[in-house]
Design a protein around this ligand. Structure first.
Ligand SMILES: [Zn+2]
Length: 598
């Protein structure tokens, strides 16, 4: 453990991380980037790029429009300004993210530019007086013909004593080697007031780099993360990387994660680490991003090979990349002993609640949700729950169904783990990628039966997931919890009476209430946020009431017939008297304690 003031790399473990290839160290790189932040309070990064050995008449430079793992065209070039080419070479900008320099026989070219870096997230750049987060896709121009070339990256921290943390190969504490451009994009760099904790799991060095106020013992974090690493390595038969860094940025609020091959970036609420439930969610986040070191970073949809940084890359398989990973992010901490089977069922029930509370499940299939992530999942608005299903949520539940189907057939002797292992063996460790057909065929091979109907119903189709029946086979009752509140069909923004969501086909939807409307009156009574939705309980289902809203400062009044209550949430409860078959399957999956009455 080293605080920001210390030199990193002095203890045993860090020395292992610092091991470098001496041949590489002495050979000059064809591309060298230097990144600094001369005035960090202004949130600008300065990038100086030096290219040597260029032979063509024209040099193309581009900046990615998106970053792998986050399927939205973010237009990183909108933050790039004051580009300068040294030595008087003519240049022009030919498209939004593409610059061309007339090199006319010059082989050494120097370019510099500024980047505005003031968006605190796992996929954007950020600079202030305490902390610098450099995200590769948002930062480094690339030469399309030279994507395979190695580059040297020099990081000049705003404070000389700040440690620089990255999963890139270190040449010295401030200089790093990226073997190619994909590796550079995939390796965020952090410097600032950072707590560093090094540890070894299965002979592989790991590093935890924490920025922001840490509200729990670092020992506990290290211990729990180690358990997750060990459990995931056991599933896949070893760790797929030579070293790994967990970047954790703790803030007052915020949540996010982004996977990389040899590291992951996490943003979490600092106070959340002290709360039992929020700490469990944190463990899910860690398990999720680490699981991606296999699923999606190495076991990839073939459509992603190679990445195209210029435009959207379409696949129908995001439900597997993200949804299956989401299922395992609930399974892994449980399997690692960090929470019990009852907690696992609570977390699973919360996913089931989200599925049933998303009317878009009847509109968009998993394949469509995957394909359209670029324009839908990442561009959400008030109507999104009505027109979309999350490939995270439904993908996790489809994985649950497949897991139960395999477990049922083989009396828990086989499971979805066998699918993951087969995919990893065939398409993951080789890096060749899989097609949607190969994914389906692998599931069918493990099950030793056709899954064409399953795919047609639940992956390319809109058939409701048979969750209650599948879980009942394992002695679990899926129980809807009803509050006696007549159903209007709106949710309000926190702390105010502005309508956040209107449920498709609900009374409010048919009456024309919109997201963004301000709810002011129901049946002559002023709506009080602190009393909502309890206020609705004064009425009965079937009752016709007048609802008034302000829309763009204009008063609107509509008549609404309140409907029967709908489930507030779902619970998964072990049956009190399961049949012998249900008991055997349930215990084989969830452990022998599961049916013990509490
Ligand atoms: Zn993910």
């Amino acid at each position: 453990m080293v605080w920001g003031g210390g030199r990193w790399g002095q203890d045993k473990v860090s020395t292992r991380i610092l091991v470098t290839n001496p041949q590489v160290e002495h050979s000059p790189m064809p591309i060298r980037y230097q990144v600094s932040a001369p005035h960090p309070a202004t949130h600008y990064l300065l990038v100086q790029m030096h290219i040597s050995g260029w032979a063509g008449p024209v040099l193309d430079l581009k900046l990615p429009v998106w970053t792998p793992g986050s399927y939205l065209v973010r237009e990183y070039a909108r933050h790039l300004e004051q580009l300068q080419v040294q030595g008087g070479l003519a240049w022009q900008k030919v498209s939004k993210n593409h610059w061309q320099i007339c090199t006319a026989g010059v082989s050494e070219i120097q370019v510099q530019y500024y980047l505005y870096a003031n968006e605190l997230s796992v996929r954007t750049n950020y600079v202030d007086e305490q902390y610098v987060y450099i995200h590769g896709a948002a930062t480094f121009l690339y030469i399309p013909q030279w994507r395979h070339q190695a580059s040297e990256i020099v990081v000049v921290p705003p404070q000389e004593h700040w440690p620089v943390v990255t999963a890139l190969d270190p040449l010295d504490p401030h200089r790093f080697l990226a073997t190619d451009y994909d590796t550079l994009v995939d390796s965020p760099i952090v410097t600032g007031h950072v707590l560093i904790e090094d540890f070894v799991v299965a002979d592989v060095p790991h590093r935890l780099a924490v920025a922001g106020p840490l509200t729990c013992e670092v020992d506990r974090l290290r211990r729990d993360i180690t358990q997750i690493i060990t459990t995931e390595a056991a599933l896949f038969g070893g760790l797929p990387y030579q070293r790994y860094v967990f970047f954790l940025h703790l803030t007052t609020q915020g949540y996010g994660g982004l996977e990389h091959k040899n590291c992951c970036a996490l943003i979490y609420s600092s106070s959340g680490l002290r709360d039992r439930h929020k700490y469990q969610k944190f463990l899910n986040l860690v398990a999720h991003e680490l699981f991606h070191a296999w699923n999606v970073k190495r076991l990839q949809p073939r459509e992603f090979i190679p990445y195209d940084y210029d435009r959207e890359q379409y696949t129908t398989s995001l439900w597997f990349c993200e949804g299956t990973t989401s299922y395992y992010d609930l399974v892994m901490p449980w399997r690692a002993g960090l929470y019990d089977a009852h907690t696992f069922l609570e977390l699973l029930a919360a996913e089931i609640t989200r599925y049933y509370q998303t009317p878009g499940r009847e509109v968009q299939s998993l394949s469509e949700a995957s394909w359209d992530a670029w324009i839908k999942y990442y561009r959400r608005d008030g109507n999104s729950p009505n027109s979309q299903i999350s490939y995270y949520v439904k993908g996790a539940l489809v994985t649950l169904l497949l897991d139960l189907k395999i477990r049922h057939k083989y009396a828990n002797q086989r499971s979805f783990d066998d699918v993951m292992q087969a995919l990893w063996r065939e398409f993951g460790c080789s890096g060749m990628g899989f097609t949607p057909e190969q994914l389906q065929a692998t599931v069918a091979a493990v099950l030793a039966e056709e899954v064409t109907d399953f795919w047609r119903d639940y992956i390319t189709g809109l058939t409701p997931l048979p969750l209650a029946a599948a879980l009942a086979d394992f002695g679990l009752e899926l129980r809807p919890l009803l509050e006696p509140t007549p159903f209007l069909g709106i949710t309000l923004e926190p702390g105010c009476c502005v309508v956040k969501q209107v449920v498709r086909h609900s009374p409010a939807w048919w009456a024309g209430i919109d997201p963004g409307d301000e709810l002011v009156m129901v049946a002559g009574q002023r709506v009080r946020r602190e009393r909502w939705p309890e206020q609705l309980r004064e009425f009965t289902p079937g009752q016709r009431v007048t609802v008034a809203v302000f829309r763009r400062e204009e008063w609107r009044q509509v008549e609404v017939t309140l409907a029967e209550p709908v489930p507030e949430r779902y619970q998964l409860v072990p049956m009190a008297q399961p049949t012998p078959s249900q008991q055997a399957l349930g215990m084989g999956w969830l452990g022998s304690e599961i049916f013990r009455q509490e």
